[in-house]
Write a protein that binds this ligand. Sequence first.
Ligand SMILES: Nc1nc2c(ncn2[C@@H]2O[C@H](COP(=O)(O)O[C@H]3[C@@H](O)[C@H](n4cnc5c(=O)[nH]c(N)nc54)O[C@@H]3COP(=O)(O)O)[C@@H](O)[C@H]2O)c(=O)[nH]1
Length: 804
Amino acid sequence: MRGAGSRRGPMKALQNQDPPTWLHNLMTFESADGAVSEDSRQFTSARGRTILVAQARWLLLLVFALYGLAAAVTFASSRYGLFVDTAQIVTLLVAVVTVFGYNTLCHFYYPVISRLRYVDHLQILFDLILVTLLVHYSGGAASWFWPVYLVVSIEAAVLLERRRQVLAMGSLGSLLYGGLLLAEYHGWVASVAMPFVDPILHSDGLYLGLSWFWVCVLNATVALISAFLMRIIRRENQAHRESEQRLVSFLDTANDLIFCVREDGSFIYTNRSWQQTLGYDSESLPQLKLQDIVQQDDKSRCISAFNNLLDGNSGGAIEGKMTARDGRAVNVEGSMTCSRQEDGERLVWGICRDITERKRAQDQLYHLAHHDALTGLPNRTNFIERLQQELAMAKRIGREVAVLFLDLDRFKMINDTLGHDSGDALLVEVAARLKKLLRETDAVGRLGGDEFAIVLGNLNCSADAERVAEKILKILAEPLQVNEHELFITTSIGVSHFPAHHNSPEELVKKADIAMYSAKAQGRNNFKVYNRAMDFDSERRMILETGIRRALERDEFRIHYQPKVDASTGEVTSLEALLRWQHPDLGLLPPADFISLAEETGLIFSIGEWVLRQVCHQVREWADLGLGDVRVAVNLSGYQLQQQNLVGQISQALEDAGVSPECLELEVTETVVMQNPDFAVAILRQLKELGICISIDDFGTGYSSLSHLRRFSINTLKIDKSFVQEVERNATDAAITQAIIAMGKSLDLKIVAEGVETEGQLEFLRGHDCHEIQGYLFSQPVAVDKVTEILRNGLDLKSLQAAT
Ligand SMILES: Nc1nc2c(ncn2[C@@H]2O[C@H](COP(=O)(O)O[C@H]3[C@@H](O)[C@H](n4cnc5c(=O)[nH]c(N)nc54)O[C@@H]3COP(=O)(O)O)[C@@H](O)[C@H]2O)c(=O)[nH]1
């Protein structure tokens, strides 16, 4: 590459110009493939100097040839005629061929001749000999060609770096000339007769001496001056080169990636950082174009910025990805500028920096800020953003959106029993199942703890969301293998709809959350769609939340008792203790209103202990009243089951009241037991060993199998009322009830049917040999006075008997 800058001081340029221009100037010295430009190094490299001399020699040969031709033609047409003889012509031709030969070598085969040790000295020597020959055959002492010695002296100054050697070569020229004159003087060589030249000159000592002296003086002077000038040129060049080198080093040590491309995108310069970062070496650059390494996503943007620059517009900051040689994507940001060369060619210069790591860190930060670290799901912020987009789209196209709010039932229990690692593993598995179930267009996020939210976009109708909720309940109910434990979890889901319930993302999530609480209050493991009445429940929940913390110390809890009767005789066999809360403002509240609250707040432990102690004392009181050993069933929350000192606490309560363990029955729901069967097996065995009866409550709603039931140390199965209440209407429920009775019997368990309200249900159960009945048909749960009366007098079965 050539350019005006090649002769200018690069450092000066650096101070005065924009980076691309001074870089451009720098580039005039060194090309992309590392080859050094001829111009810049002619005076500094041996090769360059030899070629320069060879070029000058061609020129001289041409000049001599033209002169010889002109002289020959002129003489031939003059009265002198052609005076050179054959020997002269042959000698001259030999000389010309010789010059032609070694000059060809010098010019075109430098690598070959450079292997000779004194190649520069040799060619100067040849030149001197040939000049002497030329001088001899063109008139000898009177030859017009002796100034060519001066040219050879200049040649010596160009080729040789030491001044002494230049002077020696100049002296050698003078010696050869002197030798020629001496030989002519003594007649050792025949002088060549030339027109206009008096032959006497060849033997005139004075003339010859003066002539030689003149040539010596001039030759020495020219040699001295040339050597001096060459030294200056070389020094300047050296300084110039060092300055260039410093700039190249500066560019190479720069962390920024610097490159220069032609209009077609082909590279002409890249600095070391560029090559190291992208992995392309100087050999691969000539085949490479900028557009080849810009990644597809950024290509059109970069090409248009590039073309903009070529059109003369200023280029702003640009960011994009380049493909490294090994296929890596390298993110860069920087700027490009265009510079026009003297020959009109436009070059585009780019300075950019590798921001891959920064991008990665930013992406990671973004991911961390927008995703849940455990499950990798979008977090609340991200989920709300996604919901916002979904709503915007739904508004445009007039479709519905549903938000599902999921909360795992009794997750805290698993976390506390099995440890946080298992809890985490469970959440990861839940996230995986949700992702697998949902379509790509749906979004699922983890809002915190065991709460997940889902947005279902582009719904055809609201019923679609309910179908999805059902599917979710189903897939999450399937057994989960967490570490070495097989767990069974249930989920409560709340659903809200856009536009029916609200149009803001936060409100929709809130309403789905409210609906989720409603699902929990309705016995968990189900879903509820939001309705306005739930807002009231939500407020009520707040009131309860504040009240329950003081309820125990304010003595606001009551225990009601519901009798269980023998299915065939109608006699009261035992009672079930059912907790009530006498709220100062809201009246008598059923457990469904506050048990889950008590579990969430941890108050269930103290409330549970209170119930146990109350029941034990009551049993003692009845015994003291002469009503015998009444057996009472107490409901045990799943949280109580995993309580460390549960067994000790129960035996202490029995001991304090002086009540036999056989008077106590503990009811644990099937879902709680199945949530972590291994754990339940161990604790139930210990309780049974105390002599306490164990009853599995709400049987049929969980996922226990015959094999599970065998492992549990239980006495009783209580068929869930949802089946019992349908036995007259629903053949499936009737079949399930029948199957439970049969299975219980085969395991030698007592079967109790709860929730019996009609005689038809009673008949069905009696018909299938169910052992005991509990339900409103016989008695509702009643306060202690009333149940004492029942214990004393028995149930009033007259009306029932009359009916049957
Ligand atoms: N951890 C504790 N849990 C408790 C305690 N006391 C109660 N509970 C749990 O609350 C559940 C609901 O109890 P409750 O609202 O009292 O309902 C019981 C009965 O009133 C009801 N029942 C009984 N017979 C009928 C009927 O014929 N129809 C009908 N609709 N309902 C009826 O069933 C509940 C008793 O069922 P179960 O316990 O499954 O035998 C209760 O289930 C407990 O889980 C407590 O002290 N601690």
